[in-house]
Design a protein around this ligand. Structure first.
Ligand code: PMP
Length: 414
């Protein structure tokens, strides 16, 4: 059996079932928000008394809070193998980070994207400068299409996901970076799903910009990161106007500060930032390969178990993409995904995600108007969790349901 790799909060949570019983909650929705690492929760409890205003405060607690925020930049850089002169900007989440980057694009520069992206890596780019490449039937052919598009007409940026939030399939970001650079473009990586699952090395992979969210990295206090090359970030329009983002202000002139301050006006999310940095340190302290081994064993168990169930279809983008993070996308033939998700929660205490996963163009490829189902695992997942899902689905396809379900406000409930 596979045990959790690290303790997370809520692991023994008991939830009410429609039957009147309670059961241990099985969270198979790590890809949406991962539970908090116990080490992160402990750290937050420790630092909370020192929570205070940063930068401008002179008191002891302000000094501690300032050190936490500034130290977090160094931690994030170490976690990502960033260049010394890369800038770390703290944001609310990946969506925020990519919108910030979109405001720093060189004027008139195009952005090339794939059509498999999460909306957060599709919608922030200016529509009149966004060129979408449709994923081809194989990963290799997709890379060739990307290269062809960049060669056809110059672009400022190639924006790609590190791993699909729908299927977990990884993109070869190092290879894509070389393709982008060969054609004079930079690359940004939406690492919302990659950072929690794989070691990242910005220097080795030649990645120019990267974004991720704390809440998917076991630090649910609402902080995110944008890291990358200074020149665009120093030249870009300040993301938020206000205190802290300026060098000097008169009534008719504002001298903006360079990045990161330029984009971080207002009081920062000290606790969120410190929690995110702690999560980076805890994950980085795992032995080499431990995270990958744990997650791929769980993912294989999920895939094999689901594949063996009659009427369960697994979805993926490419037949030839070998690496994937701990996400599996599937449908149960004849059952609406919203219904299956409601059944799993109400009758079995299992949390999965259903729908189109904020990636409508990709979910549309799987041929179901209501989307599909997604189970995702992580550091706190055990093989018992996976087996609970498999048993519940087995019961569904064999015996159907015992409760009747209705729809309220578009949500399926018993
Ligand atoms: N990109 C990917 C690949 C994601 O999975 C998500 C979250 N589902 C996002 C971006 C957006 O993350 P957030 O909601 O934290 O901004």
């Amino acid at each position: 059996s596979i045990q959790p790799l690290l303790p997370v909060t809520g692991a023994e949570l008991a939830v009410p079932l429609v039957t009147g019983d309670t059961r241990r909650y099985v969270n198979l929705d790590y890809a949406a928000s991962a539970p908090c690492l116990q080490g992160v929760a402990d750290h937050v409890a420790e630092i909370l008394p020192y929570y205070a205003s940063v930068h401008r405060g002179a008191g002891f607690a302000s000094q501690v809070s300032t050190r936490l925020v500034e130290g977090a930049r160094t931690t994030v850089k170490r976690f990502l193998g960033a260049r010394d002169d890369d800038v770390v900007i703290f944001t609310r989440n990946t969506t925020d980070s990519l919108n910030l980057l979109a405001g720093c694009l060189p004027p008139d520069g195009d952005v090339v994207v794939l059509d498999i992206e999460h909306h957060a890596d599709l919608l922030p780019w200016p529509e009149d400068r966004r060129r979408t490449v449709s994923a081809a039937p194989t990963l290799d052919a997709t890379l060739r299409r990307v290269e062809h598009e960049l060669a056809r007409r110059p672009a400022a940026l190639l924006a790609v996901t590190g791993a699909s939030n729908v299927t977990g399939e990884q993109l070869p970001v190092g290879q894509l970076a070389r393709i982008a650079h060969r054609h004079g473009a930079r690359i940004s990586v939406d690492a919302a799903q990659l950072a929690p699952h794989r070691r990242i090395d910005l220097i080795a992979a030649e990645i120019d910009y990267l974004a991720f969210s704390g809440h998917k990295l076991y630090a649910p206090w609402g902080a995110g990161v944008l890291v990358g090359r200074r020149d665009w970030l120093d030249a870009g329009t300040p993301y938020l106007a206000g205190g802290g983002a300026v060098r000097q202000v008169t009534l008719d002139h504002t001298a903006w500060a360079p990045a990161p301050a330029r984009h971080e006006a207002g009081s920062p999310n000290v606790i969120g930032i410190a929690a995110l940095a702690k999560a980076c340190d805890v994950i980085a302290s795992l032995p080499d390969g431990a995270l990958e081994t744990h997650e791929s064993a769980l993912r294989d168990r999920l895939k094999q178990g689901l594949g063996a169930l009659p009427g369960v279809e697994l979805h993926r983008i490419w037949p030839d993409s070998s690496s994937a993070v701990g996400i599996v996308c599937f449908s149960v033939v004849g059952f609406h995904p919203g219904f299956v998700a409601a059944y799993l929660s109400a009758e079995h205490g299992i949390g999965v995600r259903d729908g189109k996963f904020c990636a409508h163009p990709l979910a549309g490829r799987f041929g179901q108007p209501a989307g599909a189902l997604r189970a995702s695992v992580g550091l706190g997942t055990s093989s018992a969790d996976v087996d609970r899902l498999l048993a519940a689905l087995q019961e569904l396809v064999q015996h159907g349901v015992r409760w009747s379900y209705g729809e309220i406000d578009g949500k399926c409930i018993p």
